[in-house]
Each structure stands twice: as C-alpha cells, then as structure tokens.
Design a protein around this ligand. Structure first.
Ligand code: BGC
Length: 946
C-alpha cells in the first residue's frame, strides 16, 4: 500500500510500466537508479494547516509579532523542508497577484516550519493580515503557495478604547448573589454595513446580544484571569447582525469569578463589589464612513430573570421575568435605570489569549430512576463538567429544581456531601408559555447524576441533556491498548482533563474549590499537552501566574490567586497562600513542558523573569547547607500513608521534597538560559545546580543508594530529577523496585505519582511498571476503574473497598492529578517520546515497551508537524510495528526484543527500506533512524526470559 502511493508520481520520468517493474525489483534500487534523491520522494508537496499563534485565523489578536506555523503534506518518505518563503498582505487579492505586499520573508533557507515570528512593519489595530507560505524540499522542489490564512488584530493600544466602563447600580446587596443586570442601548445606522466588530469585556461575566440575537458562542466570557492586572477582552465579527436603521445592543452581567463566591467559603467580591461593562461596537459602512457605539452613560439597565448566579451555588431563574425584545430596537425601557459611568482604568486590558470556552458535546441521560429515598435522578453515564439543558412545559410559576452530584451512595441515594458548600443547584420557574428550554448562564457544575424536583409531568431522557463545556481546543492525542481497563483509565484521564480545562487548569469542577492549584497543574501538564493542543491555554494561565507572583518571587498556590487576600481577610495565619514546593515550581515546569511539546521559545522568554524569581525565592529559603526546610509545604499530598493523617501531607519529608524540587527548577532554569542564549545565566545556574545536587546528596542520600526515608516518592524525585551521582542511580532504582515488589503497590501522592512508572521503566524495571499499572486492588490506578469511575479520583480510595466514602471534606471524583500517569502510558506503552534536543516533535523518539500481557497498543499525536503514530501488535510471536512520522520531522525508532537481521520494513530487510538512514543492534533493541513517512516493521519478538 505504501509502496504504491510513494512511488506513484514521485519519479517524474518513470512511466507506470517502469514503476510497476520497479515495484518488483525493490524500492531501494529504484530510489537510486531512476528517481530524484530520496528526500524528494512523494507525490505531492503541499503546505497546509496554517496557524497564527497556534490558532486558525484568529480575530482580535493582541500579539505584536504573531508567530506563524504550517505543516507540510506529502505522502513520500524523508520529506524535509529546506527553505520557505512567507508573504503577508493587507488584502487577500494582493497575495494572489503578488502586488502591494506588506512583508515578504524572501526565500529563507531553514527547516523551521513552526513558530516563525512575523517581521514586517508594526501591526495596526483592528486590521486583518493575510498570509501564505511556500516551501522547498531537500531536492529543491517548490510547493505551490498555500491558500491564504489571516489574523486580525484587536485594539493594540489604550488609546483605541473610547468606550466608558459602565455599572448597572440598582438596588443590590453585594453580600449575596444579586440578580444579573441587563443593559441596553439603541442606535441608528445610516446605511449598509460593510464591517462591524465588537470589542468587549466586563467585571463579572457577560453575555452579549445584538438585535435579539446572542453574539458568538463563547461561554463564561471574559474568562478568568487575575483581573486587577490582566483582563481579557473579546472581539466579535458582528457584521451580519446589524442592519440599516434602528438597532439595539444588550448585555447581561453575572457575578462569576469577579464578585461571586470563590476560593474560601463565603468569600465574595474578590475583585470588586460591582459588575461593569466595557463595550465598543465599531461599524464601517459600505461607503467607507464609520461610527462607534460605545458603552457610555446613556445606556440603561434593569434586573432580569436571572435572580442569582454563582459559580459554586448555581443559578435561580424566573422565566416570568423575561423581558421579551429587550435587546431589539423598539423595546420600551422607560422604567429602566440609568447606568453609572465609572473611571475604571483600562490599563489592565489584554486581548484574549486563551482559547474560548464553548459547548463541546451533549450527553443524553442513560437512565432515569427513583432512588430508595424517593428522588428522581438522571444518570448521565459520565462524570462531566458543564450543565443541563432543561426542556419543560407546565403551568406558569412551577419551579423545577436540579441538583448535581458525582456519585450515589452505597444505598443508591443521591450523594452531595463531598461538594462541601457548593450547592450546584438550578432553580427554574416556568413562564407557562408552552415548551420552555433553559440553560444556565453564569455557573457550571461537575456531575454525573442530576436529581430533579418539581418537574411537571414525567421526566424523560429528552427533558434533560448534559452539555459538556470546556476550552475549545483541538484533541491531539489518541491512545488505546488491548486492555479494556487501561483504555477506560485513558478515557477517565481525558474526561478529567475536559472537566478541569474550562478556562483555568483547575483541581476539580464540583466542590467549593475549582481553583488553579499550581501543583496539580504542573504534574498533569505533560499528559495534558499530549491529549490536547494547550499552547494558548497554558500561555494565558502562565501570564496570570507571573502576574500573581509576590514581591519575594513566591508563586501563589492557586492561579489566579484568590486565596492570599481571602486568608488575610479572615485573619488566618499558618497556611501560606504561596511558595509551596512542587506547587510554585509550576513556574518553571509548565513553561518548560510547553517548550518541549511545541518548541515554544517565546513562552520561555516571556516567563523567564518569573522562572528566575521563583528560583531566587527558593534559593533564599534554603539554609547554609542548601536545604529548603521549615516552611509550610503540602508535600506528597494525599499519598497512600496519608489516610491515617490529617491534614494529608504525605510521609516523605517536606525538606527532601522541597530541596529536590528546588534543584529541579534550577535545572530547568539553566536549560532555559541555554535555549535563550543567556550564557552568563546558564553558567551561573549550572553552578547552582551542582550545589543543589551536593546539598541534596549530603543531607538525604546514603552511600548504598538509600534516599531519605526510603519512600517511593523520595526515590523517584531523586532519580527523575537526576539528583544522584551516576554510580548511585542503579542502586537507588533497585531499592525502589524492591519496595514496589515487596508491597505490590504504589505508595505515592500527588508529587511522587507522576514519576513512579517513569523512573521504573527508565531503569529497566518494566515488569514492575506493568505490575503497578495492571493492578486493580486499592491502591492503584485501576481500582477506581473497576469501581465504575468515569473520571480520575482525587484519592486512591475515594470509595473504599468496603463501599464507604473517604472523608467528605476532601473527596473529589474528578481530580486529574493522579491522571499524570498518562505521560508514562504514552511514552512507554505506546512509545512516543519528545526529544528534548529537538523539541516540538521535530525529532521523535519511538520506543514501545511490550509487556504486561498487552497484545497491542496504538497511539497517535497530532503535533506541530503533523501526526506521529506508533502502533504495535504482538501476534504468534511476531511483533508488527507501525510508525508514522510527519513531513519535516524525523524519528529514532527503538524496537524491543529484536534482532537486526530479522527485522523487515514493508516486507524488505531494513537495509533496503526507503527512508531509513541507519539501523543498528543495541543490546536487545534494534534502533533505526528514519525520515518522515509511514513504516511497517515486522520481526520475531525475542523471548526475554532466555
Ligand atoms: C485541592 C488540591 C490542591 C490541594 C493543596 C486541595 O484542596 O483540591 O488538589 O493541590 O488542596 O494541597
């Protein structure tokens, strides 16, 4: 199959008869005898998937030098880009006729096809820039110009904002959730509209309407950032929603993260006590004239049907209070109140950085039943994040109440104790005008089960639809094996990712927390970037992380930081709101993971000061011996032993963990300095790294390789962070493996777990890794799976073997931290690994590890160059391995338990296979270097026991 496609057309001079003959003769011979050099093979050379700042045709971009990326499509092998040419114009037509270009890169000899900064004249606000690119391959063949892509700038300077901040101050009590305000304004247009944009943001959450229609499909806008320092505005193309004559704009403002309850029970008004709107509609007529409709003092406001809304509590909605036509022209707003213009600064405004939150999926209830306690409950079949769309008909004034829960208790009753104070309650009062369809506006819930109360008539599956809501990002990872249980684990990881990647990487989506806990975020980030394209998502969050770092460099424990102020307000001492080891290290670890996954050097640049400040903070907290101890730490949170303790800080010493993480951050910082070409810093931090290693070893490591208290976490941190001298590493690894074998299970918590299997497989203890991953008894990853979990649990025993629940004060069933094992599953079972020396999948390491009784595994990742694939199948003692490498990238494939002379590719010996530059025997592995293309390897899988 491959041979046909790769040969067809690749030899321009060859007739089809020649090609058929060549097929019989063998590919390798043909490649040298008749064809272009190997690198030129492939029927097509095409450029596709153009991205600006990792997005397809973004509108409202605020980046002064957007980075451009593309992919090369070619079905040949060993396709590499030798050169590229980019051109940018203000009009698409200019590209077609190659005239009046704004900027052209000229032909640049370079393999780089991702993250290329625009280097033309400075960008102007509210302009669209079209671009296209063509490439040359290694044989000098040029592709056609790609089709055009574009980006459109937002408002790039403060001067661009002419609108006023307006507040809807009508009788409100800011101590509890108030009704969501509606704001409106009518305006006339004197002609046909050629182009119209809205630039908008709010204090609180907004929904925008024009002429009776909802603008855009983004949810929970303007998203959650550290509002005082960074407030995103959104840009919408509203050309199609306007018309000549009378028009109207309307907005609804809910409390959201801005002034709703967040962080600490009962703590409201975190960013301010008043909701507010800033909106600017900019309209250009077809004849070239333009006008702006800004938010200003003449807008009017009134309370509406949303009587209260809150992220945790839910929403109360009375449909009888709906004001029909309120966002259309001609509505009578005489009884509405004037708004208040406020002189709020606009200095914190930034264009949207993160991906929008959208409705991504719908779930139909699997069953509707009555619990023993008599509640009517719908089971969505999946623990999910979002809300329920309610469909109902009945008499006006009837109130339907929905409650949301993750689990049923042992008796089959609705269980909400683990939600703590989060009510997750929706109350909808009918207006009685036929079928009514309602979705909440300014809240979200984490749930699998919905209890329905007060529903007029019978609740059927069509009464309730689960709406899955999260950041609208591309799904990039796929992973499947012959084990149904491991597949369900992967499914659970992905669902916990969906559920906690709403707009900020959160710990959980259901109880009164839902915060950007930095520790959880950093441990899960490698898994997360495999499964989804999160470059923009994390870039936004890291901006807040840096913004919320305190003057000493401490990273807040949650980002955006809503705990510091709340704790001091409560007069709480002892619990620090920042600076915890393994949590604050998100400052270095997450940017580095973005660099590895996307070759994103700009994130390293933009976070560099933040990374440095965090390391300096850590350094200042070490003693003369270089040990970081004595501070508040979360430690190996929720480890196996912590069940007997409260609070659950784990059993590995805090000082060991803190010093290990400190050293790891120094290591990342010195690597970052090298990548950025900061030589003096690189040397300085390399020296510091030496010191941290010495300190760690002096304090925690014995001559026989024992680390600290000998906990699994102590070993894995020391080994995965490369803290030990070479000679001690195998000894320490052997002790770790012995502990795993003796216990038969893991003992790690949030910080140790992500590294456990990685370290075991790195040191050759593959059987131990498979023992742990396949284990179904508590504690293990599959224990929750065998207990019906559809997401990752916060605790190893959220539901205990006896059926009772873990402590209700800390028992989320949708917490991704332990899902960090995904990284190992993808790297080791499937075998796709990033090469830190050629990040962003420019060069990929493919090394599947066959074991654990698995007979096949298949995995793919849609990376910056295209899709990388690894799929193996063990059948009758033979292993077949399919490898896919996208154009302009290369791979080194390591085939386990193989003999060089026995391995074939596409039916021919390796030495004759096209696209493979080098193959060698390395112990029991056969290692080959190859260029892009699809490869089918096959060999007799040697029995390791011999
Ligand atoms: C959160 C965690 C977080 C932890 C701090 C918890 O309440 O849910 O996931 O990391 O506090 O240790």
């Amino acid at each position: 199959m491959f041979l046909n496609t790769s040969l067809g057309g690749s030899c321009d001079s060859g007739s089809s008869a020649t090609r058929r003959a060549a097929l019989l003769l063998g590919v390798a011979m043909l490649s040298t005898a008749f064809c272009l050099p190997r690198a030129a093979w492939g029927m097509e050379l095409e450029v596709a998937e153009l991205r600006t700042e990792s997005q397809r045709d973004p509108v409202g971009l605020g980046v002064p030098q957007p980075r451009l990326s593309w992919q090369i499509r070619s079905d040949g092998r060993s396709i590499r880009q030798r050169a590229y040419e980019i051109r940018v114009a203000r009009r698409e037509r200019a590209l077609l006729v190659n005239h009046q270009l704004l900027w052209t890169s000229g032909k640049v000899r370079s393999e780089q096809s991702t993250q290329l900064p625009y280097r033309g004249p400075p960008l102007e606000s509210r302009q669209r820039y079209y671009w296209q690119v063509r490439v040359w391959d290694a044989s000098g063949r040029a592709s056609d110009w790609s089709s055009a892509a574009y980006w459109e700038t937002g408002l790039l300077t403060g001067k661009d904002w002419t609108a006023d901040w307006i507040e809807p101050r009508h009788a409100e009590n800011s101590e509890r959730s108030a009704s969501a305000s509606m704001l409106r304004k009518e305006f006339r247009l004197e002609g046909s509209v050629a182009r119209a944009r809205v630039y908008i943001t709010s204090h609180g959450l907004y929904e925008l309407y024009l002429n009776g229609q909802r603008v855009g499909d983004r949810l929970l806008t303007p998203g959650w950032t550290s509002y005082g320092k960074r407030l995103q505005y959104q840009t919408y193309d509203v050309t199609a929603l306007l018309m000549p004559g009378a028009n109207a704009v309307g907005a609804i403002l809910g409390d959201g993260w801005y002034r709703g309850t967040i962080g600490i029970k009962g703590h409201r008004n975190h960013y301010g006590a008043d909701t507010a709107l800033l909106a600017q509609i900019e309209i250009t007529y077809e004849d070239g004239r333009s006008i702006t409709v800004p938010s200003e003092a003449s807008w009017k406001t009134a309370a509406g049907p949303i009587l209260s809304s809150d992220i945790y509590s839910g929403e109360v909605y009375d449909a009888r209070l709906e004001r029909r036509g309120w966002s259309s022209a001609g509505f009578d707003d005489q009884s509405w109140f004037p708004v208040t213009r406020v002189p709020t600064s606009k200095a914190n405004l930034i264009a949207q950085v993160g991906p929008p939150v959208r409705r991504i999926d719908e779930v139909v209830p699997r069953r509707i039943f009555k619990t023993p306690a008599g509640s009517i409950v719908a089971d969505m079949g999946q623990n999910m994040t979002g809300w329920v769309r309610l469909r109902v008909a009945g008499p006006a004034g009837t109130t339907v109440t929905l409650h949301h829960a993750e689990v049923l208790d042992g008796d089959g009753n609705f269980y909400t104790d683990n939600l703590r104070s989060a009510e997750q309650e929706i109350k909808y009062t009918l207006n009685g005008k036929g079928e009514e369809v309602y979705e909440p506006h300014f809240t979200y819930q984490g749930f699998r089960y919905v209890a329905v109360d007060g529903y007029p008539g019978e609740v059927t599956p069509s009464s309730l639809t689960g709406i899955v809501v999260h950041a609208d990002v591309a799904r990039t990872g796929d992973f499947e094996t012959s084990s149904e249980l491991i597949n369900q684990l992967q499914n659970n990881i992905v669902w916990s990712q969906k559920g906690n990647f709403l707009d900020v990487p959160t710990d959980c989506p259901q109880r009164d927390e839902r915060l950007g806990w930095t520790g959880d975020a950093q441990v899960f980030s490698p898994t997360a970037v495999f499964n989804m394209d999160l470059e923009a998502f994390y870039t936004k969050w890291l901006g807040d992380l840096a913004a919320d770092q305190d003057s000493a460099g401490a990273v807040s424990n949650v980002v955006p930081d809503v705990l510091t102020a709340a704790l001091s307000g409560l007069g709480t001492s002892g619990l620090r709101s920042g600076g915890a080891a393994g949590w604050g290290d998100a400052a270095t670890i997450v940017p580095w993971n973005l660099y590895l996954a996307y070759a994103d050097t700009r994130i390293l640049q933009s976070q560099y000061q933040s990374m440095k400040r965090w390391v300096q903070f850590e350094q200042r907290h070490t003693d003369d011996e270089g040990i970081w101890s004595g501070d508040f730490e979360f430690g190996d949170w929720l480890d196996f032993f912590s069940n007997s303790k409260d609070p659950p800080f784990g059993s590995t010493s805090s000082a060991l963990i803190a010093t290990a993480y400190y050293s790891h951050s120094v290591d990342i910082l010195q690597r970052t300095a090298r990548v950025l070409g900061k030589r003096a810093d690189a040397q300085r931090y390399a020296r510091l790294l030496e010191h941290t290693h010495q300190a760690f070893n002096r304090q925690f490591v014995s001559g026989d390789g024992r680390v600290g208290e000998g906990t699994q976490t102590a070993y894995v941190l020391a080994l995965d962070f490369d803290l030990l001298p070479q000679a001690l590493r195998p000894l320490a690894a052997a002790k770790l493996a012995a502990d795993v074998r003796a216990r038969g299970h893991l003992t790690t918590g949030f910080l140790g777990t992500p590294h456990l299997l990685q370290v075991l497989s790195r040191f050759g203890y593959l059987d131990e890794t498979y023992l742990l991953i396949n284990r179904t008894e508590y504690p293990s990853w599959l224990y929750p799976v065998t207990h019906g979990a559809t997401t990752i649990w916060e605790r190893w025993d959220g539901i205990k073997p006896d059926g009772s629940f873990q402590d209700k004060s800390m028992n989320s069933f949708n917490h991704y931290a332990y899902g960090a094992v995904g990284e190992w599953m993808y790297q080791v079972i499937g075998g796709i690994e990033i090469d830190a020396e050629a990040p962003g999948y420019k060069h990929v390491l493919i090394h599947p590890h066959v074991g654990g009784g698995l007979t096949h595994a298949m995995e793919s990742h849609a990376g910056p160059y295209g899709t990388v694939r690894s799929a193996w199948h063990l059948d009758g003692g033979r292993l077949s391995l399919h490898v896919g490498v996208p154009p302009n990238s290369t791979a080194t494939v390591r085939m386990p338990n193989a003999r060089l002379t026995d391995v074939t590719e596409g039916g021919v010996p390796l030495s004759r296979a096209v696209g493979i530059s080098r193959s060698r025997q390395a112990g029991r592995n056969v290692v080959t270097d190859l260029g892009s293309g699809q490869y089918e390897f096959s060999y007799r899988f040697l029995d390791t026991s011999t």
